[in-house]
Structures are given as C-alpha cells and as structure tokens.
Ligand binder design. Sequence first.
Ligand code: FES
Ligand SMILES: [Fe+2]
Length: 403
Amino acid sequence: MNEHTPSFQRPFDDALKGLGTDPIPAGVYYDPDWYRLEVEAIFRRTWLNVGHVCELPEPGSFFRCELEFANASLIVARGRDGAIRAFHNVCTHRGTQLVGAARGKAATFSCPYHRWTFGNDGQLLSAPDFERFYIDDKASCNLAEASVDVCAGLIFVNLDRRPRQCLREFLGPMGEMIETLPVSRASAWDEYVYEIDANWKVTFDNFQENYHLRFIHKRTNGAPPLETTENPYNYPMGFELFGPHRMNTSPGGSVLDDPPKPLLLQLLGRMAAQFAEEGLTGGAHDRDYFIFFPNLYVFGNPSMHFTHAVLPLSAERSRGVFRFYWNGEPSGARAHLARELALAFAREIHTEDGDVLMKGQKGIGSGALDHFHFQSQEVMCRHLYHSVDRMVRDYLSEKGGAR
Ligand code: FES
Ligand SMILES: [Fe+2]
C-alpha cells in the first residue's frame, strides 16, 4: 500500500503511482504563451459540454454559446428534422454575427446587415440580389458547422470539424456510466454561473481535491472531530483513471448522521429525500464523481447532483457553470425549496472557495515560485496537469515544433 493512502481508501494502483511525486511547474498556471498552446492543443479540438437536450425541446429551439478562448460564438439548434446541430454565429456574406439572443425558438436566422437568411439547419435560404454575387454553389454559403454530439442528455461541441475521436470514444467507459445518472433523464435545469480571476486549472483543481474542505468549508460542511470517524476529512474512498478522464468515489454515510451537522448540511439531507421522491437519485453511480477532461464534472449524488464546466477566458481568468438538472417543474413548495437550496448550497460553497482561488492565482502569477506541490490526496490535480502537459507536447510534435 502506498504509505500516503489512508486505510479506508483503495490503495493507489499503478496508473496513479505512474503520475509520480514531482513538484509541478508553476508557469503552466499563468504563462500566456502556455495558455495559448492549451487553447490550440486542447480546447479548439476537444469535446466540451455546452448544454443539455432539454434546452432544445422542439424543432427550432436554439441557444447561443460563447467560447471566448477561441473568439467563437456558436448557435446550437434543433432543426426541423429534429437533429441537433452547432453553427458558427457568423453570416457567410461578410461575417456579421447573426444571433444576439441567448436562447429562443426560430425557423430561420436573418443577418441584421444585408438580410441573408439561414434555416435552423444552417442552409442559406435567401439572399437579396444573390444573382449579383459571383457564387456558383449556393450551398457553399451555408453556415459553418462545428461538431456536436450528445451523451447522457449532455450536448457536447467540438470546434474541430473532423474530430480525431467521436464523442463516445473520447468519453470512454465513464460516458456509459453517466448514462445511468438523473441528468440523462432531465427535462429542466437551473444554473449558477461565476467568473473568477484564476487560471482554468486553478479553478478546476479546487473541485478535485478534498484537502481544503476542513479549512475552507468548516461552516457549511462541518468538521467532525478526528476521533469520531476514520475519515474525518471527507477524503474520497478511491480514485480511478480512464485515459485523460478520472473519477473518485465520495465517502458513504448519511448527511444526517451524528454528530449534528451545520444547518445547511441538515437541509441537504432533507433535499436528498425530496430528490429521491422525484426520481433524481443517481443509482449505481450515485457516489461517483466523474471528472471529464478537460473541464467537466458530473456528479449524481442524491443530495447534490450537478454538472460543473470550467471554461478558460484568459491565462488568469475563467468562468464556471454549475447546472442542476431536474424532472419537470417543481411539484410543490417543498420541491421548489429543495431546488433553491441546492443552488444556494453550491453558491455558498463556491463563495467560500473564491477568495483563496484568487489569492492562489495572484501568488502563482507573481512568478515567485518555480514549482508547487500536490500531496497524495491531490492526485486528481496531478493527473490533470499530466494530461494537459501530454496533449500540449503531442500537439507540438504533430506541428513539428519543440518547446
Ligand atoms: S454580413 Fe450578413 S448579410 Fe451581409
Ligand atoms: Fe471548495
């Protein structure tokens, strides 16, 4: 057994040990040149979750999605044929953005400049004075597409028109596992969005280690005294790697167990009962915390089922989107309250984290450290670092360059 693996936890396997124990180079968490490489090597050519099929309930439903790291704006739309497509929000005449609304329903998208009009399947339908152009093939003026696919109801886009892997291949076995979670059956959602002055990996890492819980979330999560349980710090029961993705298993036990918990945690227990009534419990994987490369968490815990995507905005700024997925409208006051509480809890936890994340970025970004350190219980953060590093290096060797 790894000497740093607590007795309640599955011993680290060879894949985890293979990540090593070296200090981590600090530059990749703030250096703008490295950030640009990450955008090219990863974010411009990988699958990113941008929404859920319940946002596109009928033909013509659409939402706009901004991917600032690529200066891209996409329209994700369900066509008349029921298919979901993703288009660049860019008129093929002279590039004007077509859609300003965040979401809606439309049979066509008309450019505000010269009124070229496109169907919700991306086809150019009409263009005033089209015969005066020098274009033989009208279809060549259809909207530029991005790749799009769905897993567990979650819509993923890939800016690469010809992705190296299809979505299922990319998600691997964890893709099948999340099909069992309530998110795959959801028909409504609530969200909590934040922006923060922290590199996307700094933001993301905060949600894949439990080392900080006892210091930062004492008020919301409680801090049972050491002698009451063999796992006082809520460390995961085990970690597992699936290629660039990873998962951990949350500690068992009821949120209503003794010793008495802080008020918010007690309420969380009441929420769990409500969500069970609504069929929102996670089943076989309801203790598993799925962490998809590069930037998505999916969690199906009975009291806290959510997705959380972290998008890069710049080398030192990121945006997080927490999504809570539900079955239909709340059935009554109790269901309504449970949903509000879930959102309030996420916001509260995140507010507790925000300050140290920004302080962390300021410290790392000062350049004072060449390296920093991850302990054995921060092994998921170490795996993200390794996965990013490998993909950037693969990209550089594909391009024939070397860093
Ligand atoms: S730029 Fe869109 S119609 Fe001219
Ligand atoms: Fe936290």
